[in-house]
Write a new protein. Sequence first.
Length: 125
Amino acid sequence: MSRSKQYWVTLSVPWLVRGAHAVQDAINIAVSEAGKRVSEADHPHVHRCDITVQTLSCTTCGTPMEAVLVIAEAALVGLTLECAVSVRSPEDAEQRTRREFGTEFDGTPLLPVGTVRADQSPDKE
């Protein structure tokens, strides 16, 4: 029987926010709402989950900017969930993370964008 290893799974999550008057409002609401769902999820294999706002680069000048669009007090915020998961393989890591958060994020796409072994990611604790 093989032992579990720790992996970092990165998920891209689009978050719709209603009632946002400005970009920072949208970010604050999105991170708060997503954080609440992460904390409520039953995730025995996920040991840590960091939530950040995705960044995009301007196609003209390359300047980085937050992935947020606010129109008429409605916003779309691109979030990244970086989750530490203890499983046997990278495939299991992605599947387990999506399964354990799936019920709390019902109807919200959880798109895996990367998985690495924890010992290959020196910037994480």
